[in-house]
Structures are given as structure tokens and as C-alpha cells.
Write a protein that binds this ligand. Structure first.
Ligand code: ATP
Length: 236
């Protein structure tokens, strides 16, 4: 079954062509990676696919829902960890997850929050305002919030940034389990070594256009690793 289907996605910011006629398809249960140089259009694509931004042309369906016509429905079923985002400064760590759970009308909320506090070892942060937490702890909270309602599909923009190696590994294992259980991940990242371990399929975007897509093996081609293939593909 298809998790994400985008056709002819185009986005112009004034005179800047951020995306030009993107076609992409991600099946349920896939771990899909999106790579590209700075300014290639990754965040723009994620923002369109998650109903935050309207395309100039083209459209997309996420879990069968039209992202332009029903952005709120899209947001209610998916999980999102946006790039450089923090939980609200005025809430404590616990309050943040509690508020997210209330908005999403999650049953058994206390148990779910407790599980995430345990997973990320967040007990010391429980009563601290989010603004006073370390960057890594804020990232853990964003991840916990994205998965709190057990979504079938998550969009992750650089989810490993700010996590120490212990939690990078924990997150890797969690995401592998999540996908193994039928979940779908769409991840934009510059961390090609991590992506190489995790992704089933990837796409490379440059100047708003997809220049390569395929399995990790297909994209790696004759190169020894994904990074070398990426550098060749983007002509660096
Ligand atoms: P990075 O890897 O640096 O995060 P990216 O691949 O996520 O980059 P985008 O942030 O999607 O790239 O940007 C794509 C292009 O669109 C860039 O040229 C950027 O300057 C431009 N752009 C993005 N957002 C806006 C905006 N709100 N207004 C005008 N131009 C924008």
C-alpha cells in the first residue's frame, strides 16, 4: 500500500524555484531517505508533504489523504520532527507531552508518556521548562511527541542531530523496529552513514529536482559507500 505519493510537486518562492515537478512514491513499511545539498529543497518538500505549505503546482497524497485539501487530517495521522524546532519554552517536559497527548486525544496517555520518559531517560527533565533543557533533551522530547500517538508514518528532518552516540544508536534500533512492525519513515538527512544503515530506498534531490532514486545498493552503485555516490551524483 502506498504511504506517500507526490506528482508534479512544484514550489516557487518569488523568483526562487525551490521544487520543480517532483514525483515520488513511498510504500508502507519503507524506510525512505531524502538527501541533497543545502538549499536543494528537502525541507520545502517535507513541509508540503506534511500539510504545512501549499505547493505552487502539483499535489500529493499521504496515507491516502490529499495534503492540499485536508492538511489538518494529514497532521492528525502522521508524526513530524521538523528541522531546528524546539518544544514550547513555557511548558515543562511532562506538560509538553501531556498537551500533545490531549490535542491528539490519546488514550492511556500517562502510560505512553511514562514509556517515552523511560526510553529516553527523561525523568530528570520531567519538571524542567523546555527552554532550560539541553538541545539533545529537547530533540528527544520532539521525537517522543512525534511517536506518542503511534502513527503509521513519520516525517523526520535530521532526527539524529544533537543526540549523543548512545541515543543515536537507541533511536536507530527503535526506528528499525518501527519499520519492521509496518511503520513508514520519510527522513531528510545529511548523515549518509546513518542513512546507509537504515534506509530501504533513497532519493537524491538537487536544485529542486530528484536526480536519483532507488535502493541504497542501486544508488551506491560502484562506489564504496553512499557518501561517495552522493558526491558523484551532485557533482561535488
Ligand atoms: P538545507 O539542507 O540547507 O536545510 P533544504 O534542502 O532543506 O536545505 P529548503 O530549505 O527547502 O532546502 O530550500 C530550498 C530553496 O528555497 C532554497 O533556495 C531556499 O533559500 C529557498 N527557500 C526556502 N524557504 C523559503 C522561504 N520561506 N522564502 C523564500 N525562499 C525560501
Amino acid at each position: 500500500m502506498t504511504a506517500i505519493e507526490a506528482s508534479g510537486l512544484t514550489k516557487r518562492y518569488g523568483s526562487v524555484d525551490a521544487l520543480e515537478g517532483i514525483h515520488i512514491r513511498v510504500e508502507r513499511g519503507e524506510f525512505f531517505g531524502l538527501f541533497g545539498p543545502n538549499g536543494a529543497g528537502k525541507t520545502t518538500m517535507l513541509r508540503i508533504l506534511t500539510g504545512q505549505l501549499k505547493p505552487t503546482e502539483g499535489g500529493a497524497r499521504v496515507l491516502g489523504i490529499d495534503v492540499v485539501l485536508e492538511p489538518l487530517r494529514v497532521k492528525s495521522v502522521i508524526g513530524i520532527v521538523p528541522e531546528v524546532e524546539s518544544p514550547p519554552s513555557y511548558l515543562t517536559a511532562y506538560e509538553y507531552l501531556y498537551f500533545v497527548g490531549q490535542v491528539r486525544k490519546i488514550g492511556g496517555l500517562e502510560d505512553r508518556i511514562a514509556r517515552w520518559f523511560e526510553f529516553f531517560d527523561l525523568d530528570d527533565a520531567r519538571s524542567s521548562l523546555c527552554k532550560d533543557l539541553s538541545k539533545g533533551t529537547r530533540q528527544k522530547l520532539m521525537l517522543a511527541a512525534a511517536f506518542l500517538h503511534e502513527p503509521a508514518l513519520v516525517f523526520l528532518d535530521e532526527p539524529f542531530i544533537n543526540l549523543d552516540p548512545i541515543y543515536q544508536r537507541k533511536l536507530r534500533e527503535f526506528l528499525q523496529e518501527y519499520v519492521g512492525g509496518g511503520g513508514t519513515v520519510f527522513m531528510a538527512t545529511h548523515l549518509l552513514d546513518i542513512a546507509e544503515k537504515l534506509c530501504d530506498r533513497v532519493a537524491v534531490i538537487r536544485d529542486g529536482a530528484i536526480i536519483a532514486t532507488g535502493t541504497v545498493d542501486e544508488i551506491r552503485g560502484p562506489e564504496s559507500n553512499l557518501e561517495a555516490a552522493f558526491l558523484r551524483l551532485v557533482g561535488a
